[in-house]
Design a protein around this ligand. Structure first.
Ligand SMILES: [Zn+2]
Length: 250
């Protein structure tokens, strides 16, 4: 029985590696999607920065046009002023010129603000663009690494699949069926050591009579609580084998 139990333990180790590999394989595309989403979010941010910059530039052009317009109106107003004869008209023209100059000054202040704003936004945009380039190459690199890892996992998965088949061939058919039956229901561990009378899977006591039978190890025993196949975990031969098995796995 011990030999069969040891083979079941090997099978269980193989199965847990198979499910580890499967989990890792499932994570690959998720990781890639996350990387791509991060990149798209950054691209959108950059696009927004560019739009804001363009809006500022457009505003700047508008103000420049307004200033040009005011300048020519001031020039006309000045010409008018030098040709005026009556006092009343002169006062009115002077007021008009004053008003225009006030508007000119306000527009010039605004143009200056916008120019400063454009400088800040442009610097920010250049910086973000450089960051995006860096992010793009990082994502490319990470994606390549993940794809490479996926390829390796695929090979590992095939190798483990073959290992499982050959391990299965060394196990009694009914025992293997039982193992698969329990695995389907319990998932994860099927074979559990009993240490100091306690099943290590469900952590409940094995009745003394049954524990004695587990220690003898001459027939197949299952935990009365969790139905897993149990063996005596303190048995030195299992301990040594487990250690060798783990070292062998690397
Ligand atoms: Zn149990």
């Amino acid at each position: 029985m011990k030999v069969q139990i040891k083979r079941l333990i090997d099978l269980q180790n193989c199965d847990s590696r198979i499910s580890d590999v499967r989990d890792k394989k499932e994570k690959g595309p998720i990781k890639i999607r996350r990387l791509e989403e991060g990149l798209i979010a950054f691209e959108n941010k950059l696009e927004e920065e560019l739009e804001r910059l363009e809006a500022y530039k457009q505003e700047g052009r508008k103000i420049d046009g307004e200033i040009e317009d005011i300048d020519s109106r001031i020039e006309k107003s000045n010409n008018k002023l030098s040709n005026i004869k009556s006092n009343k008209e002169y006062t009115a023209a002077l007021k008009e010129l004053d008003d225009l100059k006030r508007i000119q000054s306000l527009s010039e202040d605004k143009a200056l603000d916008i120019m400063e704003g454009i400088e800040v936004l442009e610097a920010g945009y250049v910086e973000s663009k450089a960051k995006l380039e860096k992010l793009r190459s990082d994502v490319e690199k990470d994606r390549g690494e993940i794809m490479e890892e996926m390829k390796e996992l695929e090979q590992e998965s095939k190798r483990l699949g073959m290992e499982r088949i050959s391990l299965g061939q060394t196990i009694d058919e009914n025992l293997l069926k039982r193992y698969d039956f329990i695995r389907e229901r319990k998932g994860g561990s099927v074979v559990s050591p009993v240490i100091k009378g306690v099943c290590q899977a469900c952590h409940l006591d094995i009745p003394p009579q049954q524990f004695n039978e587990v220690i003898r190890g001459d027939k197949l025993m299952t935990c009365p609580n969790c139905i897993r196949i149990i063996y005596w975990g303190e048995d030195e031969s299992f301990k040594n084998d487990a250690a060798v098995g783990e070292n062998g796995k690397g």
